[in-house]
Write a protein that binds this ligand. Structure first.
Ligand SMILES: [Ca+2]
Length: 337
């Protein structure tokens, strides 16, 4: 090889390195220096009744881009035909158009407003009725995972979890639903309840929408549940709607929600649940684990202090406004497609 050739090879190698680093910085990978181990996540949502579900799925994708999480599947507990397509819109925008999507066939079907924005963005699942049954998909995916490796984060009502617990052995696994959960699920993160107590007349939405499901899951879940009722005073979405990229459907979802409700930011209940599911307590939260949750079928919940159990609930460590800045930065990160 001549010295000219060697020089040309050196220049091309240098160019390739600079190009790769530029691409990585563009999708935010370099800044992470990733101190969190990767968590295998199934995301379960009632997408469509509030906008924080869209934000929660968006930041989950961003953290997956950075190597903090691996998304195994996205599930809708909302039977509305627009819910699963809205999930597909977000998965597609973040470069995961073929991520499995399951949909409840038994859950509530409230009016859905994402239909106003979803058709404007690329996706190929156009009707939630065509999505596979969520419970069958849960069983298929869980059966294929290593033991005690999966975190399920539920940011809607607990319908799919109750149906999963009741499920019978099938072609995917000889285990019952309860046995499969016990074997494969490391932690259930549930955005639900008000803590420490929520009387019937103040019942939190995700529990009251399917009270019997909340009651059953809280009573029978054979592993750890972290309840994350936090987020009301963590206001996000303002920077996203002002600075978000034009082709970002999540910006559009937030913009439509803000215009429809005459607000300029939204509470971050579901986003907090995802941040905890991926990053754990970190510098953000502490937990109350001495005691146990009791729930009723009307959707109310009560924390009974006592010995540590498989239940815990989250408490702020970082001030809400600082947490909001962390989350808004994630919302603004471009996809790493
Ligand atoms: Ca939700």
């Amino acid at each position: 090889m001549t010295s000219e050739c060697r020089y040309l090879r050196w220049v091309l190698s240098l160019f390739a390195i600079v190009l790769i680093e530029t691409l990585l910085i563009g999708c935010g990978s370099v800044e992470t220096s990733n101190t969190w181990p990767s968590v295998s996540i199934i995301f379960d949502t009632d997408m469509g009744t509030d906008v924080d579900d869209a934000g929660a799925l968006a930041i989950l994708h961003v953290m997956a881009d950075r190597g903090e999480a691996k998304i195994l599947a996205t599930m809708s507990a909302n039977r509305n035909r627009w819910s699963a397509p809205a999930i597909d819109v977000i998965n597609t925008y973040y470069g995961r158009p073929d991520l499995p999507i399951g949909s409840s066939k038994t859950g509530p079907d409230p009016e859905e407003w994402y239909r106003h924005s979803a058709p404007d963005y690329p996706h190929d699942l156009t009707n939630g009725d065509d999505a596979p049954d969520a419970v069958a998909l849960y069983r298929k995916i869980l059966a294929a995972q290593p033991d005690q490796s999966v975190t399920v984060v539920v940011v809607g009502w607990l319908t799919n979890m109750a149906d999963l617990l009741r499920s019978r052995p099938d072609r995917y696994s000889p285990l019952t639903g309860g046995e499969l959960v016990r074997a494969k699920v490391k932690e259930l993160v549930s955005m639900g309840g008000k803590w420490p107590n929520s009387p019937r007349e103040e019942g939190e939405y995700n529990f009251t929408m399917d009270g019997p499901a909340a009651y059953q899951v809280i009573r029978d879940w054979p592993g750890k549940i972290m309840f994350t009722g936090l987020g009301k005073d963590v206001m996000t979405g303002a920077r996203l709607t002002a600075q978000g990229l034009k082709d970002n459907p999540v910006s559009a979802f937030y913009r439509n929600f803000f215009e429809g409700n005459n607000v300029s930011a939204r509470s971050s209940w579901d986003l907090i649940a995802v941040v905890y599911a991926v990053r754990g307590l970190s510098d953000y939260f502490t937990e109350v684990s001495s005691g146990q949750c009791a729930a009723k079928e009307d959707g109310s919940n009560e924390w009974i202090p006592g010995f540590p159990s498989n239940h815990a609930y989250l408490v702020y460590k970082m001030p809400p406004e600082e947490l909001a800045a962390v989350i808004e930065d994630l919302l603004l990160a471009p996809p790493c497609r």
